[in-house]
Design a protein around this ligand. Structure first.
Ligand SMILES: [Zn+2]
Length: 134
């Protein structure tokens, strides 16, 4: 979490905590991320990484559902890459096996982040072998 906060500050993004009710976090395109302090430390960390994805890509608010979904996926993929390095993932898998829940506990993230990370690794792996093939 501290690493992410340092990273956010370096990007010029402010982070503050507010009770957001059902929401875990919010990104405001003014450069402000709000986190819900009532969520667990893990959820706050994962949410911060996700909101930093919106900040990184300069996402602004849209009411177009497909575009919103696309942006959420982009932010999720960014968060997964930010939270888990390939080396950390490999180490965790050697320790606890391939179950997403066990990997999530070992890596200090949520199972959803593990699933996203795997999808991303597969996508990038396929792209890399595609380049080698042709
Ligand atoms: Zn989002």
């Amino acid at each position: 979490m501290d690493e992410l906060l340092t990273w956010a500050a370096a990007q010029g993004v402010r982070v503050a905590w507010r009770d957001l009710g059902r929401r875990a976090g919010e990104y405001h395109s003014s450069g402000l991320i709000l986190l819900n302090p009532r969520r667990t430390e893990t959820v706050q960390k994962v949410t911060l990484a996700h909101e930093l994805g919106h900040a990184h890509y300069g996402h602004t608010w849209t009411d177009e559902p497909r575009e919103r979904l696309a942006r959420e996926r982009i932010a999720d993929r960014f968060a997964a890459r930010l939270l888990i390095s390939p080396r950390e993932y490999a180490q965790a898998e050697r320790l606890v096996g391939s179950h997403p829940g066990a990997l999530a506990r070992e890596l200090g993230v949520t199972a959803a982040v593990v699933e996203t990370w795997r999808g991303e690794a597969q996508r990038l792996g396929a792209a890399a072998s595609g380049r080698r093939a042709g």
